[in-house]
Write a protein that binds this ligand. Sequence first.
Ligand SMILES: [Zn+2]
Ligand SMILES: [Zn+2]
Length: 352
Amino acid sequence: MDRFCPKCGSKGKTLIKNLCETCFWDQRVSHIPNNLIVKLCRSCLSYLQGKKWVRIRKKDPNSVALEGAINELKRNITIPKDTKILKIEGGATEWNLSGLPKKVVLDITLTSEGASSSLKREATVEYITCDFCQSVASGKYEALVQIRGEEGQLSEESRKTVESSIDKFYRNVLKDRSDITEIQEKDGGIDIKFLTSSKARLFAKKLSEITGADLKETAKIMGTDRMTGKRHYRTTISVKLPALEPGDLVSFKERIFKVLGHHRGKLILEDVEDHKRRSLSQRATADVAKIDKTDIKRVSIGARSGSTVTILDLEEKRFLELPSEKISGDLKEGDVGLLINLDGKEKVIRRQ
Ligand SMILES: [Zn+2]
Ligand SMILES: [Zn+2]
């Protein structure tokens, strides 16, 4: 007796898993949805996956639409375990008046039981505005981070630190979806508007960890939602950057230190003479005083005679005699050092 396909009754055909080839593939293809709908944001080209907006790492709208269509297909597909998608290709086939793709056709190749089959599926692309772009367009923001220097103005060095922190935050935390809606120069400092308070707090915390900045948070009620009764707040986080920066020379307990930086809110100092490191808590930094540039002079170490050393002030070209205990032990004749005036007491240290 001839084998026949139990589904369509056709005889004399090669059977795959008991079905003729046509019926076998019909059964599998029926699980692959057609007439997909891809929703893209008209301004940032984010793609709406379920309820979540996803940024596709492509700039060309045709590529974004294609990737969106492939994602939609994969999200809605349920194929039997014995079947795999070998490849999906395709592209936009129709465009709207703005030149944005409105129809995408996918060429799908399936493989199962050593055989393969191709089919086409269509996707319609719709354009709406994502939540983020909507908020940006309406000027809405939930939190403001105000970055200022200790005396208002941000120093050049602090500004660089803030800028690199913003870059790092974009790279490591915000990834492609930016919660920062505006960065503005304000009163010698920088104001950053965030869409959400949580991201603003995280940014302020990270900035504080590397700079030792003081944080102060205040919230203001902006109104109450009439539908839900929920209150809307606007958070302001004031970030005050300390005046001390890496490389600065400071005095602490009558010794001279070089500022190495901040780590997890602590100030890291290095003793310029014995090179021992100290990390000071926020409270202890109250006793740290920056040594003014006018109190630091470049000097050349001269000859030692008895208990005094002759040094040459390289700026004013004059010789001075200092007791040898005021010269740091690691300085030899001919070395260049720094003469520091520490509250009237002089000290010569190795050049930093
Ligand atoms: Zn059949
Ligand atoms: Zn958008």
